[in-house]
Design a binder for this molecule. Sequence first.
Ligand code: URA
Length: 289
Amino acid sequence: MNDPRDLLRAYLRQRRELGEEELVLDRLSPSEVAALLADAPPAPALTRAPAERVAAPSARVEAAPRAVPGEPETHRRAGAPVPGSTPHPPSPRAPAAYVSAEEISSLPVLSQVREIALGCPRCGLAKTRTHVVFGEGRETADVMVVGEAPGQEEDRSGRPFVGRAGKLLDLLLLSSGFAREDVYICNVLKCRPPQNRNPQPDEVDACSPYLLRQVELVQPRVILAFGAFAAQTLLGTDVSIGKLRGTRQQYRGVPLVPTYHPAACLRHPAWVRSVWEDLQRARDVLDAA
Ligand code: URA
């Protein structure tokens, strides 16, 4: 489901099923939304809020869907590969030979980094993973999205952010004018921690050469760090995400925007607005250059 209209339709359907009655959109008129959602089933009423910015049209999602009780927090949407991005054959591989951080840091192209990562034996997660989730998207993207680690759906499919949180991520990006196919998406850890437990320091150390090389090769103009773990790992801090968000940060000279993880927004819908504001900061970084 890569068509933004399908995403919005699915989101609105979900909102309606959850009993939401109002969706605030401040950068699309009701008729623009109606056009966007042509053929959509009846959706929650649309309210036009006072415009905060004059910019390319996009929808502001005021509240995220509520988490479904009993459903694990990091479960993602399965969908087709992003057009124009690196193909990711979902064939599980046995761990291959150890490749040093120095060797990884000198690999000249992302496809070679991916190839090494797909057989990575550098930490214990190699034994429990189904797929390595290397990352995907535009390899020359201005915007790099960094999440925490693959969850169940990502481990199954080999693709990042494809479950419920991923669907919300797509909408959040879209609402700020960033189409998923235009950004590069990856995680700090490339393999799923069992039961979605927190990544361990040794796993982060083992995996970080891949992320570092991804940043070096993609050369994004801005990094969006979604969640405490991505922000704290990249910034080398234990300051809470609540304190980090809204501040100006850099990772190795690249502007970094810390924000809440979409899975956290599913539990705390009011945080969606903060994420949207943070995405406007990323827009400002791009527009300023
Ligand atoms: N959460 C993450 O941090 N990354 C994913 O790829 C999916 C969920």
